[in-house]
Design a protein around this ligand. Structure first.
Ligand SMILES: [Zn+2]
Ligand SMILES: [Zn+2]
Length: 159
């Protein structure tokens, strides 16, 4: 099932919701501010055409990469190699730790799912059925939508 993740306009906290036709308003659990959402039958079926947060049609897709996880891996590798160094093991041993962790990271990264993100309101959508129809991030589109309030109506920019 598709999930939607909105950003609270009041405090910036994440608001996590499942699409449903009855859900017209979502409430921030941190600051209690409410905001209007518009879910339709497509959303319930996992198809993303219109943003339930801002009614725009401009999205981009990206890998659901968890930056924190990457940092944790790096810290683990640093600790392991320090211990190895301290125990008097040769540099080939602690270098191999980094290689193994790099491989793990690469493997995880490749397996990550794609998510869709609304350019305008930065709502995040997971498990989107039509994710293959959503193009990757376009810097120019982002700038025109965010800074000039341009509306592309779901049509990607052609150069
Ligand atoms: Zn809030
Ligand atoms: Zn939006």
């Amino acid at each position: 099932m598709m999930t939607a993740h909105f950003t609270c306009k009041g405090c910036g906290s994440g608001i996590h919701v499942y699409p449903s036709l009855e859900a017209g308003i979502v409430k921030c659990e941190v600051c209690q501010q409410e905001q209007v959402v518009h879910f339709d039958q497509n959303h319930v079926e996992g198809i993303l055409k219109d943003c339930p947060g801002c009614q725009r049609k401009d999205f981009y897709s990206q890998k659901d990469f968890n930056r924190k996880l990457g940092v944790i891996f790096f810290v683990i590798a640093a600790i392991i190699s320090t211990v190895m160094l301290w125990k008097g093991m040769g540099p080939q041993w602690y270098l191999s730790t980094f290689i193994v962790l790099y491989a793990v990271d690469f493997f995880l990264f490749r397996r990550l799912n794609l998510i869709a993100i609304c350019y305008k309101c930065e709502a995040i959508f997971r498990d989107v059925k039509n994710i293959d129809d959503i193009p990757g991030y376009d810097h120019e589109m982002h700038d025109r939508i965010v800074y000039s309030d341009h509306n592309f109506h779901g049509k990607p920019l052609d150069h």
